[in-house]
Design a protein around this ligand. Structure first.
Ligand code: NAP
Ligand code: MG
Length: 398
């Protein structure tokens, strides 16, 4: 059998721990036998980030900008204990934060639904996609501990030296303050990515924030969405018979739970972080959630929504059996391959991506699955497989 050729490369970003192990096996058993895999490889594993003073992450992000499509393995975001564990030179920033800061854009997270894994919310018959703004707010904030009485102020100095000031608080005792920002351009491109994605998916889009309390900051988000929608999208939406609707975040939460799914929920950065974990879990498993970062200039970076599954990795290192679910990581690859195929007019590659996803879903629906799914499956006679056996089973199906 001749292998499928790739015209342009995909930027491949390797990662850490259990997902690094899975990454290698996916390539060996599910991709390389069928595709002449053309990737530009960047090792974002923590030891190599340390070796390169984290330059490798920046280089990978620039490569995604150059080639338009990337696929990323989960990576460790170092904290104090990781600095000790890996003997790091410093506590590097989150690789995803670095990628998002360079690429800008919106992260779309959608559940992979299969028969036999029911959503915990009975009404959720169709997927709910979270569109998470990937720039600013607390992810690029500055914080200060106030250790004595005094006045905290927000000060803006323009280029001519003029100041605007707002009192934050008169501190009588110790406390904390934080400053954060966002940019009109970034919010506008967030709105456009969301509306484009809604047109693409043929689904309604909701946007929520807390503009009743944060009148200026969240109000700015609401106004820009409204402005972009009215001037650029309202006719296109009417033609497709889909809707845009804005509501308060608390109202949105209540409506989402009562809904049947089948829409996109646009969230600010922090809301999207939290709500995507909530919807992923409620749809069955964190390991069944896909994630793609879409930048305003049309670059795509695919990954799984979960982390490096550290607890399983420590068991793996001790030689114990693990049953880590590779589904979202496989879908990161299939998503990237499909997009590469679409951009390059490579129909064979698109077809392969479809078949790979179907092989995964068919395997699970035939009762073969990892422990996280076996624990919640409504199918009778499920077979719980370890990580390698599950991937081999998918390979058989493929
Ligand atoms: P995690 O890796 O997502 O795992 C949390 C728990 O969720 C696991 O212990 C496991 O539960 C379950 N789980 C997640 N993915 C699974 C899978 N594929 N198959 C089966 N079970 C799965 O989150 P974490 O433990 O909080 O973080 C670990 C590391 O990942 C951290 O260093 C963090 O910085 C990093 N992280 C990276 C990303 C990213 O690169 N996008 C995102 C989040 C976290 P049980 O143990 O109960 O089986
Ligand atoms: Mg999160």
């Amino acid at each position: 059998m001749s292998k499928i050729n790739m015209i342009n490369p995909i930027v491949e970003m390797d990662g850490d721990e259990m997902t690094r192990i899975i990454w290698k096996q996916i390539k060996e058993e599910l991709l390389c036998p069928y595709i002449s895999l053309n990737t530009e490889y960047y090792d974002l594993g923590l030891p190599n980030r340390d070796r390169t003073d984290d330059n490798v992450t920046v280089e990978a992000a620039l490569a995604v900008k150059k080639y338009g499509v990337g696929v990323k393995c989960a990576t460790i975001t170092p904290n104090l204990s990781r600095v000790k564990e890996y003997n790091l030179k410093k506590m590097y920033k989150s690789p995803n934060g670095t990628l998002r800061a360079i690429l800008d854009g919106t992260v779309f997270r959608a559940p992979i639904q299969v028969n036999g894994i029911d959503a915990l919310v009975p009404g959720w018959k169709k997927p709910i996609t979270i569109a998470r703004h990937a720039y600013g707010d607390i992810y690029r904030d500055v914080e200060m501990y106030i250790d004595r009485p005094g006045k905290a102020e927000l000060v803006f100095t323009d280029e001519a030296g003029n100041e605007k000031r707002e009192l934050i608080n008169e501190f009588k005792k110790n406390g904390v303050v934080l400053g954060m920002h966002n940019l009109d351009d970034s919010i506008r491109s967030f709105a456009r990515s969301c509306f484009n994605y809604a047109l693409d998916r043929h689904e309604d889009i909701w946007f929520s924030s807390k503009d009743t309390i944060s009148k200026l900051y969240d109000g700015r988000f609401r106004d820009i969405f409204e402005e972009v929608f009215t001037s650029e999208y309202s006719e296109l939406f009417s033609e497709k018979g889909i809707a845009y609707f804005y509501t308060l975040i608390d109202d949105a939460v209540a409506r989402v739970i009562r809904s049947n799914g089948g829409f996109i929920w646009a969230c600010k950065n922090y809301d999207g972080d939290v709500m995507s974990d909530m919807t992923a879990t409620a749809f069955g498993s964190l390991a069944m959630m896909t994630s793609v970062l879409v930048s305003p200039d049309g670059n795509y970076e695919y990954e799984a929504a979960h982390g490096t599954v550290t607890r399983h990795y420590y068991r793996y290192l001790k030689g114990e059996e693990t049953s880590t679910n590779p589904t979202a990581t496989i879908f990161a690859w299939s998503g990237a391959l499909r997009k590469r195929g679409q951009l390059d007019g490579n129909a064979e590659l698109v077809r392969f991506a479809d078949r790979l996803e179907k092989a995964v879903i068919d395997t699970i629906e035939a009762g073969y699955m990892t422990g996280d799914l076996a624990a919640i499956s409504t199918l009778e006679n499920t077979v719980k497989l370890n990580t390698e056996a599950f991937i081999r089973k998918i390979a058989d199906k493929l």
